[in-house]
Design a protein around this ligand. Structure first.
Ligand code: GLN
Length: 321
């Protein structure tokens, strides 16, 4: 199966956007000014196919910080570098059923509650980045560590991505809880570099600036077995993609991941800026951005537009027809 033909995708995307863009529900994140000042009426959506076609609707020129949508892509880089079995042993793969910033996600019955889609597991994931840089012959430099992350995220997007330095500065001033989580993970022997270094790298990866088209292409690269369908570059292996998608399914929407699978039937990942990406394996990637969030920190319109698109394009992986 493939996505419907181009004209149909364009129509269905416009229809899903028109159906939900005026929904007034949820609240924008307020913990840093850049997110608090987001226009709650903003909405954009994009579909990118594994055939290399991309379609956008709404506020398509808006840039926003990637936030937790970075998690599956950094995980993919780490799985690719250290191997799936080692990554699963170190980072976990089971649902936490817990909020993204949960401290309990570290404490409950050892590593079986760690998951790279919530902060504890995501910071542990990022703590393996210095090991990747070292394996490439770069030792002990924060810049080299960062290059691994930004080069990898850029390859997923098919263009050079950059950090929003204002977001990074504000996030750095407010990330005490994440630093605490990193030290707690470290106390369990489950962090792989200095905890403050890991938190800083993680904070920087969350501050990367993207638009909705970038995110759809990144999702389409996971859908395309690790080959960016617009540039043709192989970013990670097909096996890495399937393993990352499994982890997204377990916790990509945090404590509401079961409801998401029920309604959308595809692996997804949300972030606190209001972005959500969804992967239809072998078909394409979806991305929606709309800042108002539900109580779990997932974009309200993002969920609605994605659910409508999954149904209208017949993407639910659990559906038999
Ligand atoms: N930077 C945020 C944090 O780690 C990202 C969280 C999110 O997008 N849910 O707290």
């Amino acid at each position: 199966g493939h996505l419907p033909e181009d004209t149909t995708v364009r129509e269905l995307l416009q229809a899903a956007y028109d159906q939900h863009r005026h929904v007034v529900d949820g609240a924008v994140a307020t913990y840093i000014p850049q997110l608090a000042q987001a226009d709650p009426t903003s909405c954009a959506a994009s579909v990118a196919s594994v055939a290399g076609r991309a379609f956008e609707v709404g506020d398509v020129d808006a840039r926003f910080s990637i936030q937790s949508v970075s998690k599956p892509f950094v995980l993919a880089l780490v799985v690719e570098a250290v191997g799936g079995e080692r990554a699963r042993n170190l980072l976990g793969a089971n649902a936490t059923g817990l909020p993204f910033d949960s401290v309990m996600a570290v404490e409950l019955h050892d590593h079986r509650t760690m998951n790279p889609m919530v902060n504890a597991g995501a910071i542990a994931t990022t703590s393996l980045v210095p090991e990747i840089a070292a394996a490439r012959g770069h030792h002990g430099g924060a810049c080299e560590d960062w290059d691994v992350v930004i080069d990898g995220l850029s390859a997923f997007a098919g263009r050079r991505l950059d950090v929003d330095e204002d977001v990074y500065a504000c996030e750095s001033g407010t990330n005490l809880r994440n630093r605490g989580i990193a030290h707690l993970v470290h106390s369990h022997g489950r962090l792989h570099c200095d905890p403050d270094l890991a938190t800083d790298l993680y904070t920087r990866q969350c501050s990367v600036s993207v638009d909705v088209h970038d995110l759809a292409v990144m999702a389409a690269t996971l859908a395309d077995g690790g080959v960016n369908p617009l540039t043709g570059e192989r970013v990670v292996s097909a096996r890495t993609c399937s393993e990352v998608l499994a982890v997204m399914a377990t916790a990509g929407l945090y404590e509401l991941s079961g409801d998401w699978l029920w309604e959308v039937g595809l692996p997804g990942k949300s972030g606190v800026s209001g972005a959500v990406v969804t992967v239809a394996p072998g078909k394409g990637g979806l991305a929606v951005w709309s800042p108002p969030l539900d109580a779990a920190g997932n974009s309200v319109r993002g969920g609605l537009v994605t659910r409508t698109l999954s149904r209208s394009m017949g993407l639910n992986v659990f559906a038999s027809a």
